[in-house]
Write a protein that binds this ligand. Structure first.
Ligand code: PBG
Length: 326
């Protein structure tokens, strides 16, 4: 290093560091995942996700009001139905818990928030897979995407501005786009879980939505293999070609190379999902006093932005927005 090169000059004060910071993280970059459950009389804490709840419709409205108050104006809704069946028909029930909650939030908040609906069947199927099964127990791709199209329509009718298919079926984006357009929902946005990996980090989420995959099964037959990088780009390109408006990478921290690849190769917005296991790990270490949880969350979510994500879905949304507002 030449004597004239002194990078520390630019690190001397907080104001200088802010001035030259290459990345920002603001409450408006965060999307809060929220759970609403059927048949609850009061919100129920999710043991593996400290600070997160299965909400009633009433407590959901309060939570969204609080989020808006700290500047988080986007939410993604997951619903936990009281009953399940083998095709997950509760997912497109106009009187289903997701649809009821979406209608309520739309009526309360209108265009003040971006209202996203996770679009999948696993919360609604008795076997816990993300689609309809064939006799041999494998997921029937083409039968499933027809069901996804129905779910998308019911969510759009109920007031979702964004539908977010997370089931990783081939052709799901195209099937949903044509169903929406065919019913006059040309403005409904599709946020595609484009590069969703079969990850061990979804564990706490499955507790949050009461999902158990039958016979100790997993989702490797449809979610991506974490040994692969090029495949993620190929699949994201296919989703954009089918009409995805935004693409997602999931999980976040172990897939920053994928976020960076998608950011460079595509010109649609790219987001990442900092998933339940990522949140739970930080919370658990913090609860033991081993790390400063809020500081680590800030570092991790800023890193996701640095890698190229325009926004991040995270269970830390409210906590970090409160921190950023201090
Ligand atoms: C599937 C879905 C999952 C998550 C979001 N949508 C679970 C899975 O694929 O098994 C995981 C989210 C998280 O872990 O925070 N409907």
């Amino acid at each position: 290093m030449f004597p004239s090169e002194r990078p520390r000059r630019l690190r001397r004060t907080p104001a200088l560091r802010r001035l030259v910071a290459e990345t920002t993280l603001a409450p408006s970059d965060l999307v809060a995942p929220l759970f609403v459950a059927e048949g609850l009389s009061e919100p129920k804490a999710i043991r593996s996700l400290p600070g997160q709840f299965q909400h009633t419709v009433a407590s959901l409205r309060e939570e969204v009001r609080a989020l808006v108050g700290v500047g988080v104006t986007s939410v993604i809704l997951f619903a936990v139905p009281a009953t399940k069946d083998d095709v997950g028909s509760g997912a497109w029930d106009p009187q289903g818990i997701a649809q009821m909650a979406l209608r309520t939030l739309r009526d309360d908040f209108g265009d003040e928030i971006v209202l996203m609906a996770d679009l999948c069947l696993d919360e609604y199927t008795s076997h816990g897979h993300c689609g309809a099964l064939r006799g041999d127990g494998t997921v029937d791709n083409d039968a499933t995407i027809e069901l996804y199209a129905r779910v998308a329509l019911s969510q759009a009718v109920a007031g979702a501005g964004v539908v977010a298919p997370s089931g990783m079926m081939d052709g799901q984006v195209g099937a949903i786009r044509s169903a929406l357009d065919g019913a006059g929902f040309e403005e409904t946005i599709i946020l595609a879980y484009a590069a969703k990996f079969a990850s061990g980090l979804y564990g706490p989420f499955r507790e949050a939505v009461d999902v158990q995959i039958i016979d100790g099964g997993d989702r490797r037959g449809y979610q991506q293999d974490y040994r692969n990088r090029r495949e993620a780009l190929r699949e994201a390109r296919a989703d954009v070609a089918q009409g995805a408006d935004i693409v997602m990478v999931k999980p976040a921290m172990t897939y920053l190379d994928i976020v960076s690849d998608l950011r460079q190769a595509l010109d649609v917005p790219v987001c990442a999902y900092h998933v339940s296991g990522e949140y739970a790990m930080v919370k658990a270490a913090a609860a033991n006093g081993w790390i400063d949880g809020t500081a680590v969350a800030l570092e991790q979510l800023t890193a996701v932005r640095r890698a190229g994500a325009d926004f991040v879905l995270t269970y830390f949304a409210r906590e970090l927005a409160e921190e950023l507002g201090r």
